[in-house]
Design a protein around this ligand. Structure first.
Ligand SMILES: *[C@@H]1O[C@H](CO)[C@@H](O)[C@H](O)[C@H]1NC(C)=O
Ligand SMILES: *[C@@H]1O[C@H](CO)[C@@H](O)[C@H](O)[C@H]1NC(C)=O
Ligand SMILES: *[C@@H]1O[C@H](CO)[C@@H](O)[C@H](O)[C@H]1NC(C)=O
Ligand SMILES: *[C@@H]1O[C@H](CO)[C@@H](O)[C@H](O)[C@H]1NC(C)=O
Ligand SMILES: *[C@@H]1O[C@H](CO)[C@@H](O)[C@H](O)[C@H]1NC(C)=O
Ligand SMILES: *[C@@H]1O[C@H](CO)[C@@H](O)[C@H](O)[C@H]1NC(C)=O
Ligand SMILES: *[C@@H]1O[C@H](CO)[C@@H](O)[C@H](O)[C@H]1NC(C)=O
Ligand SMILES: *[C@@H]1O[C@H](CO)[C@@H](O)[C@H](O)[C@H]1NC(C)=O
Ligand SMILES: *[C@@H]1O[C@H](CO)[C@@H](O)[C@H](O)[C@H]1NC(C)=O
Length: 630
């Protein structure tokens, strides 16, 4: 960093007069925004890694009334331009920077010229913290216009660097489909490599508005498709993915009709998905007004037989016994590793060594659970008895016997929690298809039993009510023609809900019906108004498929009041983030025939009668209803 700064600072300051004298010779592209636009061309870094551009007089304040100065960057073919503003200080007289002092960026040019009809990408003004510093062109030209007005407020302008990047770095490996904007096929037999990269259109520049792109992966019969989204930068929003205009859907099969196993929106890093069969279909949609950078991802066709790994085949009982003997007789303990693959078993048990007798001292065992598709790992401890020397270790930290549970979030291994002593841990669920449990012992206890747990690879997120909707990662449909009442819960209830998980509950009544929801339990980690800024998980209600601004989000420990739908359709969404946990909710739903209170009033003359309100039922009746369901 230090040397770079020095290099830049040592460059002579270009004064406007000097700059303008350069222009006429360089400025071959005269088709300008308006007749008196001046332009300066940057088409080489003169052998250096990057070049420098700056506003006139920088760091001396720029002049007023610079009507239009065009900074034009031109690269060789098959290169694109990366622009970084390192210093930025422009007067900000309005929020959108459309007048006053501003920089107006044109990133998606076919040729290095602009006129009044050319569509721009964005305006910049204000301080460095107000702007996005890095911008990329989609092709070999990038232009920005610098404009200042009559106000002179001693702002210093900008200074930045530009680089030329080889376009092949961002080339999607698949076969582009003729006649489509951005549909690609990746056929394992045709492409000569089992792995490669793919990108959103125009990456690393911003993606276009209103596009729908597909990426279809076709493996050989014995292959699976593994996708890693290394970076996903879609329009930043606080919405659930269902309502986010920019999103990515991953289908487990050959078309958009295949079941959805992953739904991405907003910002994510290192999201991994594996198909259950040889095919995978990805759809990217952009419908927002402010496109973002998009995504970069890798794919790999993996042979079935490499799953579960030859090196990490599950340890069978005799092996485990042998290992255990080695552990007890040999000195330093090698970690004992078990890989439990959903291909081999969808459920089973695992225990500490020598369960239900005392476990050995200085043991370190690792249990890897790997599923695929929509699968989640659910773990239920049925017995838990570890040696705990004192009550001090409340958080189960330090060199004490403990079970540690890890998940992967944004490519990072994160600890869900540590468990020690003899309190049964809550039921746990992974956020993705894999999870790791570790057990470490330090003591030589004589009177402990160790632990026993049941694992399951589930595709229903532990939600047993309603009918699962294959077109959602975690979506459930409640149809009044099937059941008129019942309970539904958050994922993995009554255990901790999984992190970074979104579930939707769709309620369909008959035309004359309305829905009533009553919460029996509610514990959703967060602070009102339950937004992303507040790192809150939330439950959201809506009378539409879209957001319903009338009903506030719910989070925290307070149960929502009784909720009633306006019409025959109702939707409940649950969304957790990557932090903190709760036990979620349990709620009772009831479809009822709707009788217009006004009609009732007119007919019966009883003003307050409202027969479809649960609140008018006695608590006793409610409990009875409840019991009927259970
Ligand atoms: C801009 O568009 C208008 C209307 O489409 C057209 O009349 C005009 O010639 C265009 N200007 C340039 C410079 O292309
Ligand atoms: C700009 O700087 C000059 C010289 O330091 C000063 O006289 C003038 O008042 C400043 N103007 C504003 C708007 O701050
Ligand atoms: C761009 O990169 C590719 C792959 O690394 C290389 O083959 C190609 O020669 C590069 N292009 C130029 C113009 O240097
Ligand atoms: C796509 O276009 C290329 C070149 O125009 C042509 O060779 C190829 O056959 C076309 N493929 C399909 C599937 O139409
Ligand atoms: C395919 O890969 C093989 C081995 O890696 C190589 O020898 C061959 O030239 C490649 N073929 C094509 C068409 O790229
Ligand atoms: C375990 O899976 C088998 C089928 O693989 C199933 O029959 C059994 O009910 C499952 N047990 C539990 C506890 O889920
Ligand atoms: C294993 O457990 C049994 C009791 O079930 C106990 O007698 C034995 O000592 C334990 N073995 C070790 C090595 O601790
Ligand atoms: C509800 O069930 C009825 C009868 O089974 C069916 O006709 C209707 O399509 C279902 N509605 C939804 C939204 O699934
Ligand atoms: C609740 O559902 C059960 C089973 O579908 C049904 O027998 C019962 O009548 C329902 N109760 C009410 C009040 O709708």
């Amino acid at each position: 960093m230090g040397t770079r700064r020095k290099k830049i600072m040592s460059q002579p300051v270009l004064f406007l007069t000097e700059l303008l004298s350069l222009l006429s010779s360089h400025c071959i592209f005269v088709a300008a925004v308006s007749a008196d636009c001046k332009c300066i061309v940057f088409d080489s870094t003169y052998g250096k890694e990057y070049g420098v551009f700056k506003s006139p007089n920088w760091p001396v304040p720029y002049e007023d009334n610079i009507n239009c100065l065009l900074y034009t960057f031109i690269s060789e073919q098959n290169y694109l331009i990366k622009l970084v503003f390192d210093e930025f200080d422009l007067g900000k007289s309005n929020l959108r920077c459309k007048y006053g002092d501003y920089v107006k960026l044109y990133l998606h040019l076919k040729e290095p010229l602009v006129n009044q009809n050319t569509s721009h990408n964005t305006f910049l003004c204000g301080k460095l913290s107000d702007i996005q510093q890095t911008h990329y062109s989609s092709g070999s030209a990038l232009i920005f216009e610098f404009h200042t007005d009559w106000r002179h407020e001693n702002n210093t302008g900008f200074r930045g660097t530009f680089r030329f990047l080889n376009k092949t770095l961002f080339q999607t490996v698949g076969e582009h489909q003729n006649g489509t904007k951005c549909d690609y096929k990746f056929i394992s037999e045709k492409i000569n490599q089992s792995k490669g990269r793919f990108f959103s259109p125009q990456y690393p520049s911003t993606y276009p508005k209103d596009v729908e792109c597909s990426y279809q992966f076709i493996g050989r019969q014995n292959e699976r498709v593994k996708i890693i989204f290394e970076q996903v930068h879609l329009q930043k929003s606080d919405l659930s993915c269902l309502n986010d205009p920019d999103n990515i859907e991953i289908h487990d099969g050959d078309s958009a009709e295949s079941p959805v196993i992953e739904h991405l929106c907003n910002i994510n890093t290192f999201v991994e998905t594996v198909s259950t069969g040889p095919e995978l279909y990805i759809v990217f949609r952009s419908q927002s007004h402010f496109p973002s950078q998009g995504f970069k991802a890798t794919f790999q066709f993996e042979d079935d037989s490499t799953f579960g790994g030859d090196t990490e085949t599950p340890l069978m009982e005799p092996d485990r016994r042998k290992l255990y003997q080695e552990i007890t007789t040999a000195g330093p303990t090698p970690p004992c590793i078990q890989t439990i693959d959903s291909d081999n078993s969808k459920n089973g048990t695992f225990t500490s060594s020598n369960y239900s007798g005392p476990y050995p001292v200085n043991i370190h065992c690792v249990y890897h659970f790997t599923g695929r598709g929509r699968e989640r790992v659910q773990i239920l401890f049925t017995d838990f008895d570890l040696y705990l020397p004192s009550d001090e270790a409340k958080d189960c930290e330090g060199p004490i016997d403990a079970v540690m549970v890890f998940i992967t979030i944004n490519g990072q291994k994160e600890r869900l929690n540590n468990f020690c002593g003899n309190n049964l841990p809550p039921q746990l669920m992974s956020n993705g298809p894999s999870m790791t449990v570790e057990f470490k012992s330090y003591q030589t206890p004589s009177n402990v039993k160790g632990f026993r747990a049941i694992y399951r690879f589930v595709t229903n997120f532990g939600i047993t009510a309603g009918v699962q909707d294959p077109q959602q990662v975690c979506g459930f449909i409640f149809n009044s023609t099937v059941r008129t009442n019942g309970t539904f819960t958050s994922p993995n209830y009554p255990g901790l809900y999984p992190r970074a998980t979104e579930c939707h509950y769709f309620f369909y009544g008959k035309g004359s019906e309305r829905l009533t929801l009553t919460f029996a339990y509610f514990d959703v980690e967060g602070v009102s108004p339950c937004t992303t800024d507040l790192a809150s998980d939330f439950v959201e209600f809506s009378n539409f498929r879209t957001v319903d601004r009338k009903i506030p989000r719910h989070c925290g420990g307070k149960k929502p009041k009784i909720i009633e739908s306006d019409g025959d359709f109702f939707r409940v969404a649950f969304k957790s983030n990557g932090k903190f946990d709760g036990t979620g909710f349990e709620a009772f739903y009831q479809f009822r025939n709707y009788v217009d209170p006004l009609t009732v009033k007119r007919i019966s003359g009883v003003a307050s009668l409202n027969p479809w309100k649960v609140s008018t039922l006695s608590p006793l009746l409610l409990i009875t209803l409840w019991l009927m369901v259970l």
